[in-house]
Ligand binder design. Structure first.
Ligand code: NDP
Length: 284
């Protein structure tokens, strides 16, 4: 079974991106800029945000890490976003999710100018994606497409099954595979016979958010299996261990992504790439 190594793909793309950003700086006279807004003190979010800021520095993107207290009101949050929408140095605005329960995430996301939305999650950018006029695609499914491309996995005419239908992963994943001419099925919690659907898949993307819920017997031996799930489970030694939606051990398929080291490292890389796309489109 071939291992589809997302970490390796992300590293290769990172070197390429560094060169592209150096070129952008020469032409435009400034670095692309990403503002990351975090509200409250969710420890996992703080780790993600630190990683994003560090990765920006690594490729030459200027970034601003804005921390606000959990007591921030919706109006104050919108005022922050409006200020960033108007700031000419800012090409991308990222509101780290989840927001505290007191705040409306959808309203906050929709407040971001779609031309400054590197996550591709505003209805403006999702609308363009589904209309076939993509500006930027959501980072995780876009990263999956780049893994398939890197390893030369043919998509045209292939039967692809996506498990999950969220706006962040499942739906845009299905649309991107469709754009790449796959024949796409979307499965979800109401799908009657998931195994029967999966066994027909030549490409299976699993994004159900259920730890280790599918395994070898669910796939055809010729399938390419992409595991989007990330779960932190307590190991026997008491240390947390990362696992995906797929039981990786005992998997006998054509190729598969591991967890960790599969889709995860690509998500942040695509955020950086999308920021450059938006900076180029703004063009000044
Ligand atoms: P959601 O919980 O929003 O969506 C899960 C989807 O899976 C839903 O559409 C749900 O169906 C479907 N589902 C749940 N259980 C089953 C089941 N037993 N059989 C079939 N379908 C099922 O999750 P997300 O899309 O946000 O994320 C999915 C996973 O990807 C999570 O593990 C998350 O941690 C991970 N993730 C990883 C990222 C990365 O960088 N690698 C980035 C983003 C997410 P229904 O709609 O019917 O409820």
């Amino acid at each position: 079974m071939q291992i589809l190594d997302g970490k390796l793909v992300a590293q290769a793309r990172r070197r390429e991106l560094q060169a592209q950003i150096a070129e952008f700086k020469k032409q435009v006279g400034r670095a692309p800029g990403l503002a990351v807004l975090i509200v409250g003190e969710n420890p996992a979010s703080q780790v993600y945000v630190r990683n994003k800021v560090k990765s920006c520095a690594d490729v030459g993107i200027e970034s601003w890490h804005l921390e606000r207290p959990a007591t921030l009101t919706q109006a104050e949050l919108h005022a922050e976003i409006d200020r960033l929408n108007a700031d000419p140095k800012v090409d991308g605005i990222l509101v780290q999710l989840p927001l505290p329960k007191t705040l409306d995430e959808t309203a906050a996301l929709e407040r971001i100018d779609p031309r400054k939305d590197p996550d591709g999650l505003t209805s403006g950018n999702l609308g363009l994606l589904f209309a076939g006029r993509r500006r930027v695609a959501p980072c995780t499914p876009w990263g999956v497409m780049k893994i398939l491309e890197h390893y030369g996995v043919e998509t045209a005419g292939r039967r692809a099954v996506v498990v999950g239908r969220s706006n962040i992963v499942g739906k845009p994943m299905a649309q991107l595979l469709l754009e790449a001419n796959a024949t796409v099925t979307i499965a979800h919690s109401r799908t009657r016979d998931l195994r029967a659907e999966l066994r027909r898949a030549e490409i299976a993307v699993i994004a159900a958010g259920q730890p280790r819920f599918v395994g070898g017997e669910d796939f055809s031996p010729d399938a390419v299996v992409i595991d989007v799930g990330i779960h932190r489970l307590g190991g026997e030694d008491g240390k947390a261990k990362l696992c995906g939606d797929v039981r990786f051990e005992g998997l006998k398929v054509r190729a598969a992504t591991p967890v960790p080291g599969g889709v995860g490292p690509m998500t942040i890389q695509m955020l950086l790439e999308n920021t450059l796309v938006l900076a180029r489109l703004r063009g000044h």
